[in-house]
Write a protein that binds this ligand. Sequence first.
Ligand code: BGP
Length: 457
Amino acid sequence: MDYSFPEGFLWGAASSATQTEGASQEGGKAQNIWDYWYTIEPEKFFQEVGPGAASDFYHQFKADVQRMADIGMNSFRTSLSWARLIPDGRNVNPEAVQFYQSLIDELLEKGIRPIINLYHFDMPLHLQEKGGWESREVVEAYVHYAKEAFRLFGGQVKDWTTFNEPIVPVEMGYLNHYHYPCIIDMKRAVQVAFHSMLASAKAIEQYRKLGHDGKIGIILNLTPSYPRSDDEADEKAAETADLFFNRSFLDPSVLGRYPADLTALLNQHHMLPDYVEGDMETIASHTVDFLGVNYYQPRRVQAKEHPVSNPALPEHFFDPYVWPERRMNPYRGWEIYEKGLYDIALNIKDHYNNIPWYVAENGMGVSDEERFMDEDGMIHDDYRIEFLEEHLKWLHKGIGEGSNCYGFHMWTFIDNWSWLNAYKNRYGFYRVDVETQQRSLKKSGHWFKGVSKNNGF
Ligand code: BGP
């Protein structure tokens, strides 16, 4: 074996509540922004498929946990649905407690470590109506939810994360039209970003107060930013992209402070968020124990050809650059650049205190995946195996050079519903037939079993 990983390495997969559970109107769950948006604008969603049934995990979780065990997963990272656990914003829903408790019990019984995330893009509707992350009241509602989650499940669950990809609701919901509430306003986007960061720090504060013997972190999607050339203007463009899309959450989460260059830039354009006394101290004193990192693709940029005199969006500071050597995922779009994971590993080691971290998502989306199905119904996803192996090789190199990575989670365990793309792009080790909700193992699932068993390949 050429690529063996550190002892105790986590070999898992990731998913999220809204994307898998389904039962969106069962078990006392309230509507979240996705349920609502689908009711008012179904045409926005691929083939007009909403989150109603997702992958039916709510009903099939027991058999699904067995499926996880069958392919050697020793870790599963998923999220709680806030709108399910605390539908009215105050009171815990007993049916949700029973569901999540049974799921956690089932995972532990099968030797699978539950990593529980609190927020994966799914704001309860009634809180969005109060302003979502723009509102301080919503920050406090989130802290209440976090406290309840820790109280209920913190005895058993030792790994918590406060957010998944907090930049995504900012980017997609407040800088373009891909997530509800579909606002385009940089100042409001900055407020949303700041309040999510503050909410994360406040949840960490509560977690530590409880004195559980677990760890709490955050999951960030890191997109290494590469300049077109080493010209000063191109490098500056890449640094600015990095400030907005990576360091805006990475620095405060791990180092407890915002990058001075980011604050100066926002100040220069009158876009600093509102905050009250004590907020910066809260962020400074409640940094994460570990990082979860989602990596799919890098960002390539160049200096702006036609600089904008009054920039109002991050993209006004740089232009995208199409690297002539780039390789695209032909089945989904998105550049494939495996070395990005190595660059992330070394960046964390060199600039972020070599904090413990794991890959929380990495995977290959494929549209029309049925075309790779044989007559026995098995998807031959050799492209996915190759994708994962190549990323793991670079990760292995980063670990060999001292980066403190302790796990890898594939996106995702079973094909799931994905926001506006619904079931267009498939990612799972298991195929899901959306009509029948039946699962079948793909070739990559067999491959993964061997990797997990041998702790490498
Ligand atoms: C990540 C999200 C996931 C998932 C994944 C794949 O950014 O955390 O929730 O959706 O991207 O994205 P897509 O399904 O759009 O290909």
